[in-house]
Design a protein around this ligand. Structure first.
Ligand SMILES: [Ca+2]
Length: 403
């Protein structure tokens, strides 16, 4: 790798010309439609050192560690199946070593909680972890937590605010920062604003918070109102409404004020009027917490999201999965992978690249171990005759649809 600093003050298009000592010359060109690389020479926002030097560990709170068994049963109080009038059912509370059931994605609980993460902080530190990314922890109706009932309240199944405070303090004491998952695009059917609309129709002060197609409706009916990917348990919020923006951005600020260090934003590309919502979110977050990290769940190579008015960086599946994983699986040649990486690094400012959330797998994908042919996902250790047997219970539905 060669590195050169070029003094410049305005955007340029360029290519690289290599002269070898034996007189050979060849050009390195961009691999996209335009053969030239573009560089605008401007880092529009500061780098956060704690991010650019960080190593992140993702925790799905229900499944990491159960530190307080007394809160486990609380998961059953407010599960979405109890409210859903179209697909009613009963949630399951399992012991830690129980096998998964068909409800494992959303309504089978294992009791993991905040106290359990606190217990493991020394272990995480020993791995070199400096950042923890938590999947949603606010009150919701599911094990995944993406159907928020109350953006301002810690889900009691994960513990008390005192336990959360202790976790953050203990993490910070060890030099570990914590970012939370923020889901502004849609809420859950147990959200009080949505329940008010369900009860009172257009007499509700929250009528314009949602997109209701027919009223009265049954809770969970994805045909009666707009939901995320048409899913009735995830009513879409109207972020073009200033009241909704205030409610959501207020929640983001609330948890940063509480002591979190950054925010991972769920499906920002699906938010209504992103050009209004995200600049407002960024401005108000950075004004109060200039060191807070804002990372967006954007899966593709998308420089337009990191121009200084939205995110510090993106969840870089474009690097981790599209390039590294495909190379590891033998689907990309080394040369093709290098070309894609060249294009990737030429597309973002240096500050964006170093703050990249460079994951290969997450709760939204198969895990890297599975992708590469290992692991035994869905096969219970005590009953499994062998790895990879036909007893695998893994659903064939992509995880993002199951949410
Ligand atoms: Ca517990």
């Amino acid at each position: 790798m060669w590195r050169a600093e070029v003094p410049l003050v305005e955007p340029i298009e360029y290519y690289i010309l290599l002269n070898s000592t034996d007189g050979e010359r060849f050009a390195v060109l961009n691999t996209s439609e335009n053969p030239f690389f573009t560089f605008d020479g401007v880092d529009r926002f500061p780098q956060l050192e704690w991010v650019s030097n960080g190593i992140t560990y993702q925790i799905f709170p229900d499944r990491f560690n159960d530190g307080n068994r007394s809160n486990n049963v609380l998961a059953l109080d407010h599960d979405e199946l109890l409210l859903n009038q179209v697909n009613p059912g009963k949630p399951i509370l399992s012991d830690w070593s129980d096998p998964i059931t068909p409800l494992h994605c959303c309504h089978q609980y294992f009791g993991g909680d905040i106290a359990g993460i606190t217990e493991k902080l020394d272990y995480l530190r020993s791995l070199g972890i400096t950042i923890i990314y938590l999947n949603p922890i606010t009150l919701s109706g599911s094990a995944h937590g993406y159907d928020t009932y109350d953006y301002y309240r810690l889900d009691p199944k994960f513990g008390t605010e005192e336990e959360l405070r202790e976790f953050l303090d203990e993490a910070h004491r060890r030099g570990i920062r914590v970012i939370f998952d923020f889901v502004p695009n849609h809420c859950g059917i147990g959200n009080p604003a949505f329940l008010d609309v369900w009860k009172n129709g257009n007499g509700s002060p929250y009528w314009d918070w949602f997109f209701i197609k027919q009223w009265p409706f049954k809770l969970g009916d994805g045909n009666a109102y707009v939901g995320w990917w048409g899913i009735g348990s995830l009513p879409k919020l109207n972020t073009a409404n200033p009241e909704v923006r205030e409610y959501l951005i207020g929640a983001a600020l609330h948890w940063l004020d509480f002591g979190f260090d950054g925010i991972r934003v769920d499906v920002p590309n699906e938010i209504l009027k992103p050009g209004e919502f995200f600049p407002e979110l960024r401005e108000r977050v950075k004004e109060r917490h200039p060191e807070a990290y804002l990372v967006g769940e954007i899966w593709t190579l998308s420089p337009e999201w990191v121009q200084g008015d939205r995110f510090d960086s993106l969840m870089n599946y474009a690097l981790g999965r599209d390039i590294l994983l495909n190379y590891a699986k033998g689907l990309l040649s080394g040369e093709a992978a290098m070309k894609m990486m060249g294009r990737y690094y030429a597309s973002y400012g240096e500050n964006v690249v170093v703050m990249g959330f460079n994951l290969i797998s997450s709760h939204d994908t198969s895990r890297i171990l599975t992708d590469l042919g290992g692991g035994s996902l869905g096969i219970h250790r005590r009953t499994s005759p062998s790895r990879g047997s036909s007893s695998c219970r893994r659903s064939s539905i992509p995880s993002r649809e199951r949410r």
